[in-house]
Design a protein around this ligand. Structure first.
Ligand code: ADP
Ligand code: MG
Length: 413
């Protein structure tokens, strides 16, 4: 089979990107596979093309109910028959969709993991000719990951208890070696069937900024980059509101996004950003998953995120078009107090808290390393790497302000 030809015919792309063809080939050979490709690398094609080529149905499990409709609409526009079933639909609509699926009229069915826990639905699924189960954001399965979701683990157990288990394709952008092994163990994927292209994003330049007034820094930065599109991640909703207000007052085309806004407002602001009516999106980490805006030139973290995985995933939303882009972390001690507070307040086990502190410490080391920032991140994920030559550490040979000791004090109390 000429895969490249099928890619062109069905999706209009003239060639595969790194990793895609290897993953698709394995899936078509019915090998359970874990694909680890960076954000924006094109993971969706890895299940979409097999879905089109195979006779059966492809299930796509994703935690993002809000995005299922967009994904399905996108596929239908390309003439590929897809649908979703989730809690946003009423009983009658779900019944109609099930009938459509039973008639064999659907190639891709998007589901949230919770659906599998509904006994009746689980039985419904098992009578279908399923050729592939694609699991997006597969790191959510691992309790070692930064975004563990028990519903994902429950789903995995239910799936593996099926009388006949279809081929499984797990996909993620962020997995340390431990998380990758954990996903493989949980889903019955042989480690030799992990396909990984490396985490490097050559067009991103990383910067860590310390000891500056954050607001002034942002204002200056935006003045210098007036025409550019960028995301500013802040730690809390309140901070998002205040910063967006400050920037709008200062004359910038800013908008905002967080879970405290109404759905209407969130959608409106998101559209304004995607259509370049607003240049700057100030948001909590609720913004970004599944947003496909290619010309984001910078991602600026106003506060330190809780772990490297989240940081890299969020920073990676810059430069999806492959053009030079910047990822800036504004680093301060107060941020570690806030993060420690979040961990203390969260209702999770002591083991989990210990793990989260460990991840936070890695974030701290990132802020304090004198070495290449890109290399630091890649090594965290287990990649070999050389110095990027363009991050703030590679470029800066001035003596840096060392706040490691103070940070340790914050983290140890
Ligand atoms: P990921 O899930 O890995 O973050 P997506 O699957 O959302 O990435 O794809 C990111 C973008 O790349 C999409 O706009 C998609 O259409 C595009 N894309 C995927 N594969 C190719 C390809 N082989 N050639 C060109 N563009 C591609
Ligand atoms: Mg994706």
């Amino acid at each position: 089979m000429n895969l490249e030809k099928s890619l062109k015919e069905n999706f209009g792309f003239s060639s595969f990107r790194k990793g895609q063809q290897e993953i698709i080939t394995q899936v078509l050979e019915r090998k359970n596979t874990l694909g680890i490709l960076p954000t924006g690398a094109g993971k969706s094609i890895c299940y979409q093309l097999p879905a089109v080529l195979e006779n059966g149905l492809t299930l796509v499990v994703s935690p993002l109910i809000a995005l299922m409709k967009d994904q399905v609409d996108g596929l239908q526009e390309q003439g590929i028959s897809a649908t979703f079933i989730n809690s946003s639909l009423d009983y009658q609509e779900i019944e109609w969709r099930k009938e459509e699926i039973l008639r064999g009229e659907v190639k891709l069915l998007f589901l949230a993991p919770e659906r599998f826990s509904l006994g009746e639905f689980n039985e419904f699924l098992q009578q279908l000719p399923i050729s592939l189960v694609a699991i997006d954001e597969a790191h959510c399965i691992s309790s070692w990951g930064h975004d563990f979701r028990p519903s994902y683990l429950d789903f995995a157990k239910i799936l593996l208890a099926w009388e006949s288990v279809p081929t499984i394709l797990a996909l993620t952008a962020t997995a340390t070696k431990e998380v990758a092994s954990d996903i493989c163990r949980t889903l019955g994927i042989e480690e030799k069937n992990i396909i990984q292209t490396g985490f490097e994003r050559k067009n991103l330049s990383f910067e860590v900024v310390k000891g500056k007034d954050k607001r002034s820094f942002v204002k200056e930065y935006l003045q210098l980059n007036k025409e550019e599109s960028g995301i500013i991640y802040a730690g809390t909703r309140k901070e998002v509101d205040e910063l967006e207000h400050f920037l709008s007052q200062s004359g910038f085309l800013a908008t905002k996004y967080h879970a405290g806004l109404s759905e209407v407002e969130r959608n409106r602001n998101q559209e304004a950003f995607i259509n370049d009516e607003c240049h700057v999106m100030v948001a909590t980490n609720a913004f970004g998953m599944g947003i496909n805006k290619s010309n984001v030139r910078f991602v600026l973290h106003y506060q330190v995120p809780g772990n490297i995985e989240s940081y890299y995933q969020e920073a990676g939303r810059a430069g999806r078009d492959g053009l030079e882009s910047t990822a800036i972390l504004l680093y301060s001690l107060q941020d570690f107090r806030l993060r420690s507070f979040f961990i203390e307040q969260s209702e999770v086990s002591e083991d989990r808290k210990t793990l989260e502190y460990e991840k936070l410490r890695a974030m701290q080391s990132y802020g304090n390393t004198q070495g290449c920032l890109q290399r630091f991140i890649l090594q965290y994920f287990g990649d070999d790497a050389t110095d990027c030559g363009k991050c703030s550490n590679c470029l800066d040979d001035r003596e840096s302000v060392d706040i490691t000791i103070d940070t340790q004090k914050v983290l140890s109390n």
